[in-house]
Design a protein around this ligand. Structure first.
Ligand code: ADP
Ligand code: 5GP
Length: 194
């Protein structure tokens, strides 16, 4: 089996993590690609090696220099995130396809790197106002972090045309059903020639 890559990107708060978690529950062929990041772990809700590989800025820099990342970015000021080549290889070796939850710029870089082997999906919120409401209701970020995420969202919404597919996440059930269908079709398509 040739491994593939499914990328879900969206402005923060649009619902990509919720949709990716749903896909992981219903599709045993998928495995979550764990990114490396330098931000602090969120309280008791996150685990190292499950949600992220939480590493120091020094380790992150060393991995950049050793060309270990497919892509990396300073997603928010002082917070670096990146997808490790070794992580994708680990998933493919286990006989699964990798599913990624990354920001919009990172998603496009990964699509560019893996080309036909990757499906890039943009998750769109019904509006920026709804996005702000969801981030507030999620209650995982400070007021200033929420405003920087909303500010960034206005810019990120301009990139939807560059993705292979767009899912509007208004009704969550509909969005999950559409995501399931897109993923199934992509995985069943002829293997990409690379
Ligand atoms: P992201 O990963 O894109 O930052 P999340 O998946 O964490 O977004 O979703 C942000 C918040 O919005 C979460 O609290 C989630 O439960 C909620 N949410 C997701 N989809 C919907 C939806 N369709 N309608 C209302 N709330 C939603
Ligand atoms: P959070 O801090 O809320 O977990 O994530 C912040 C943002 O970083 C989210 O939009 C998430 O999708 C993105 N992100 C997570 N991993 C990566 C990655 O490997 N590369 C890039 N470019 N963004 C990532």
């Amino acid at each position: 089996m040739q491994g593939k890559i499914i990328i879900f990107s969206a402005p923060s708060g649009a619902g990509k993590t919720t949709i990716v978690k749903h896909l992981l529950q219903v599709n045993p062929k998928l495995a979550f690609s764990i990114s490396a990041c330098t931000r602090d772990k969120r309280g008791r809700t996150e685990e190292n090696g499950k949600d992220y590989y939480f590493i120091t800025p020094e380790d992150f820099k060393q991995k950049i220099e050793a060309d270990e990342f497919v892509e990396w970015e300073e997603v928010y000021e002082g917070a670096f995130y990146g997808t490790l080549k070794s992580e994708i290889e680990r998933i493919w070796k286990s006989g699964k396809h990798a599913i990624l939850d990354v920001d919009v710029k990172g998603g496009l870089s990964i699509k560019h790197f893996y080309k036909e082997r990757a499906l890039a999906v943009f998750v769109k919120p019904p509006s920026v106002e709804e996005l702000a409401k969801r981030l507030t209701a999620r209650a995982t970020d400070s007021a200033s972090s929420i405003s920087s995420r909303v500010f960034k969202a206005e810019f990120e919404m301009k990139f939807e045309d560059q993705f292979d597919e767009v899912i509007v996440n208004d009704n969550l059930q509909d969005a999950c059903a559409k995501a399931e269908k897109l993923v199934e079709e992509f995985l069943n398509a002829e293997p990409a020639i690379v």
